[in-house]
Each structure stands twice: as C-alpha cells, then as structure tokens.
Design a protein around this ligand. Structure first.
Ligand SMILES: *Cc1c(COP(=O)(O)O)cnc(C)c1O
Length: 379
C-alpha cells in the first residue's frame, strides 16, 4: 500500500518543453518571453490593469508594503487565521499588525469586527480569501473607503475564484498571488502582484527591479536606466515563468480536476460528517470558490488528533493548518492574548485538511474517503 501525501506536484502540460525553450533561446533571467506571457495571460483573463510575476507571494506582499509607504507606527489589519507572510511583509517595514478574528462559516476575516479595530494609525486591510472562498468584499470595501484605507487582497488561495461575479484579486487596489508548490497553479516557488489601482503601476515596476527604471529602459522608453527609488530583487526567472505559463495556459483543466475532487469529498463524506458532528466547508451562494483545499472541522482537538493518527496508520497524510497568529511568540510584543480572536482559536484546533492535489486519482481519493468513514469521532 503506497503512502498518500498531502500534496504532490505534477506536470499539467508543456512545462518541460517551455523550460527547454528558455535555455535554448538564451532567456533564463527575468521579464523575458515567458514572464511576459504570464503577465498578459493574467491581465487578459482577470482584467487587471497590470500583473507582475514575482519571486513569491511573500515578496508581492512586501512590494505592497513599499507601494503604500508603510512606516514604523502604521497599523495594518490582517486576519488572525492566515499564513505568517500576510502580517510579516508589513511588520518588516515597521508596521504593527492588528489581528481581526474570522467568520465562523467561511473562516475569512470577519467584516463585522473590522471597524472596531481601525485607529488613526491604520493604513491598510489585508483580507485573505481562505481556501479560495471570497471574503465579504462589498462590506470591506465600503469600510476601507469610509476610512481612506488601502485594501491588499492576499489571494494566495483564490486565483480564478469569484466574489459576486468579480474575480478574486481584482477588487482591492493591489492583490497578491502565490505559485508555491502547495497552490492550485505552481512553479515551485513564485508569486505575482496584481495592480488594480493605476497609481501604483509605475512605481511597482521600479520597486521590483531593485529601485531602477530598468523595465522602462527595456521597453525602449528611456535610453539608460538609473537608481530612482527603494526596491529589491523581486523578478522571477524565466525558467520558472516557463513552468508557470504551461500551467496558467491550461488553468480551466486544472480547476475542473480540483472541482471534481472537492465535490466528491463533499458528497461522499456528507453522511459521515453528520453522524460524527463534523462540519464541512460552507460556500456562500454569491461566491464561486477556487477549489484550493478540502477541510473538515472536527468536533474537538482530541477527535482531530485521533483522526490524523488513524489516517496516518493507513498511510494517509492529513494536516492541520494555521496556528492563531496573535498567540504566536513573536506577536506577544503587541500584546496578543487568548480570547482576542475566539473563532480563530477554536477552529485552529479542530481543522483538518485532506490530501488534495491535481494528480489525485479516483482510486486514491476512494481510499481516503473509506479510511475516514472507518473512523468514529465519538460525539
Ligand atoms: C502560501 C501563502 C502565502 C505565501 O506564499 P509564498 O509564495 O510561499 O510566499 C501567503 N499567504 C497565504 C494566505 C498563503 O497561503
């Protein structure tokens, strides 16, 4: 019986052929043919003003912090249930992260708790579309407008998901994507910055190119390039962009595969969930999700621990997810304490992610479902 990993990378099309091309045509640095193809694809498919591939989503978030001019003393509101990069990119520039609890249904930033966290120091809100299900962007946008705050969508999970008919990543002034190996579409390590507010367009290119106007130089708009701003090295190699483009090129097929897997888990685990007091994901009817993950909310930490062990004994790797960021050791400097974000604290203990990857066969998924059905949560 072969072990079933939580995630496994796969070739989705012409990845190797395109990588070979970058080497034979001598374009392995960044911003060449394949990076441009990725930019155009994202811009045309999503309808964003500008897309720039980057070395990671973390780096696209750091670029956002620089574009907003984040400085020591500023505050940035993030969900307490997210990856560490969501706050860290802003903390790196001196901001204080303010943690907002999440909604019990979608596990997204709870927009009803947002306004109470805004102070004169608040500069931005960073909603995360958890599991690729849209946050309540109408309410968040309205609050941000009223207080003059920027919105950066951390859309690492949500590429090709929609909120009220609008693509995730096209609603905030800026949005960030991840192409890390655990995401729907990947090149191993990589990301993108999506720019919807055109005020950021020119400076984003400069920050991404080490603080120089090299991008304009390469387009022939100026005859030499120079140092004009702060910046760093956020350009993706075209070797990776070639891999990425091969996947972006077939995105509808990837999404259909993931939708099929997600639906099967959802239907075939329904009865078991009901008898065992396990909650399945909730997708609001106005959200088209991106099928990033399938999770279960067990009735208790103990039940989750036992289910993980049960699956492990059958060679299946299921994993928990984020620990509450406000309770982390590093966040103690801002006074985070138990009870600040009760929903996050509760779900973090009970959430379990099932193996979920593009190349999962029906047989493998059947084995996982059978294994779960063979477990009793003892409610
Ligand atoms: C994966 C992830 C990131 C970081 O992505 P990298 O490309 O690895 O930097 C940031 N935020 C969220 C919500 C993520 O899931």
């Amino acid at each position: 019986m072969t072990a079933i990993p939580f995630n496994r990378s796969s070739l989705e099309g012409r990845e190797l052929e395109y990588i070979f091309q970058t080497i034979t045509i001598g374009q392995i640095a960044g911003d060449q043919t394949f990076s441009k193809k990725c930019h155009r694809m994202l811009e045309e498919t999503l309808g964003v003003k500008k897309a720039l591939v980057t070395t990671s989503c973390t780096h696209a978030l750091e670029m956002s912090a620089m574009l907003l001019g984040i400085q020591p003393g500023d505050e940035v509101i993030v969900p307490s249930f997210t990856f560490v990069s969501t706050p860290n990119a802003f903390v790196l520039h001196g901001a204080k992260p303010v943690f907002c609890d999440v909604r019990p249904d979608t596990l997204n930033l709870d927009e009803t708790k947002l306004e109470a966290l805004i102070t004169p120091q608040t500069k931005a809100i960073v909603p995360v579309h958890y599991a690729g299900v849209g946050c309540e962007m109408d309410a968040i946008t309205e609050i941000a407008k009223r207080h003059g705050l920027a919105i950066i969508e951390d859309n690492a999970h949500g590429l090709f998901g929609k909120y009220r008919g609008r693509w995730l990543g096209t609603i905030g002034g800026l949005a960030t994507q991840s192409f890390h190996e655990t995401k729907n579409i990947t090149c191993g390590e990589g990301g993108a910055l999506l720019i919807n507010d055109e005020r950021y367009m020119e400076r984003a290119e400069i920050i991404r190119e080490k603080g120089t106007n090299r991008a304009r130089f390469f387009r022939g708009q100026i005859d030499k390039y120079s140092w004009c701003d702060v910046g760093s090295s956020y350009v993706m190699s075209d070797v990776l962009a070639a891999f990425l483009f091969a996947q972006l090129d077939v995105w509808p097929f990837i999404q259909v595969k993931r939708q099929t897997l997600w639906m099967r888990y959802h239907h075939e685990l329904r009865d078991w969930c009901q008898t065992n007091g396990v909650r399945q994901p909730i997708i609001p009817s106005h959200c088209e999700q991106a099928y990033h993950m399938y999770y279960l909310l067990l009735p208790s930490l103990d039940a989750r621990t036992r289910l993980i062990a049960h699956l492990k004994s059958l060679g299946i790797l299921a994993v928990f997810h984020y620990l509450p960021l406000h309770l982390s050791e590093y966040a103690q400097q801002w006074g985070g304490k138990a009870g600040d974000c009760p929903v996050t604290e509760d779900v973090s203990d009970r959430l379990l992610r099932l193996p979920f990857f593009n190349s999962m066969t029906p047989e493998i998924q059947g084995r996982i479902i059978e294994a779960i059905r063979g477990f009793k949560a003892d409610v």
